[in-house]
Design a protein around this ligand. Structure first.
Ligand SMILES: CC(C)(COP(=O)(O)OP(=O)(O)OC[C@H]1O[C@@H](n2cnc3c(N)ncnc32)[C@H](O)[C@@H]1OP(=O)(O)O)[C@@H](O)C(=O)NCCC(=O)NCCS
Length: 201
């Protein structure tokens, strides 16, 4: 397996030393609740993006994906044309959730939290804001897709009530022409699609 590929961009940080990591360098550890790295939730606010956020949105897309277009659910979405919610913590742009309707559900096109703000409740605040929007609009569910290697995101969404809906096997390997190493060096092959039913309000 080639672990020297210069992609993707740093998306995770070491919970012990804080260093931002390329995906392939990340490794999992399992801890008990008492010994997991200290975690302090940030004071997070979530608001709709404004035109003034464009540069920050392009920047976080660049770090997460290298572009603002996202291929997911069998379609291509442009984050800049989607409904974007911004998380602000410590008076800084900490994360983004990008939403678009898909098949009657509210789809999460992109969720990304800057490594320095991960593990502080920012991603949770963004997901709950999306669920609240879906409920307010009477939509039946929020859906999302993770790549098979992205174990932290897969864990994160299941802990937030998402369940596997389908697996698009091989779609990512086909798109990139081969199964490139992703999180922890796991070959990136499949798109795992998850859904969280939303109680109407
Ligand atoms: C997955 C992600 C959205 C979670 O956001 P977050 O702000 O770190 O999540 P929160 O702090 O609200 O929740 C942390 C929980 O999620 C899990 N988690 C997932 N990723 C984590 C991370 N990088 N650091 C700490 N916890 C993480 C933890 O297990 C934790 O669960 P716990 O409360 O049971 O301990 C975020 O880590 C992220 O953006 N990762 C990069 C994803 C990415 O860019 N992918 C490519 C483009 S789609």
């Amino acid at each position: 397996m080639d672990e020297t590929v210069d992609l993707p961009y740093p998306q995770y940080r070491c919970a012990t030393c804080g260093r931002e990591l390329p995906l392939t360098e990340a490794r999992l550890t399992v801890t008990c609740g008492d010994h997991r790295p200290a975690r302090e939730d940030a004071d997070v606010s979530v608001r709709p993006a404004t035109p003034a956020d464009r540069h920050d949105i392009e920047d976080i897309c660049d770090q997460a994906l290298g572009e603002t277009e996202v291929d997911v659910f069998g379609r291509t979405f442009d984050v800049l044309a989607a409904e974007n919610l911004v998380a602000v913590a410590e008076e800084r742009f900490a994360g983004l959730i990008s939403l678009a309707g898909d098949g009657g559900d509210l789809g999460i096109v992109l969720l990304s939290v800057y490594p320095g703000f991960q593990g502080k409740g920012v991603g949770s605040a963004l997901v709950e804001a999306a669920v609240s929007r879906a409920a307010g609009r009477g939509l039946p569910a929020v859906k999302v897709a993770v790549s098979n290697d992205d174990v932290p995101s897969f864990s994160f969404y299941q802990r937030h009530g998402f369940v596997i809906d389908s697996v698009a096997r091989g779609v990512l390997a086909d798109r990139y022409g081969s199964a490139e190493p992703g999180f922890s060096g796991i070959p990136v092959r499949d798109e795992i699609r998850l859904r969280r039913p939303v109680a109407p309000r």
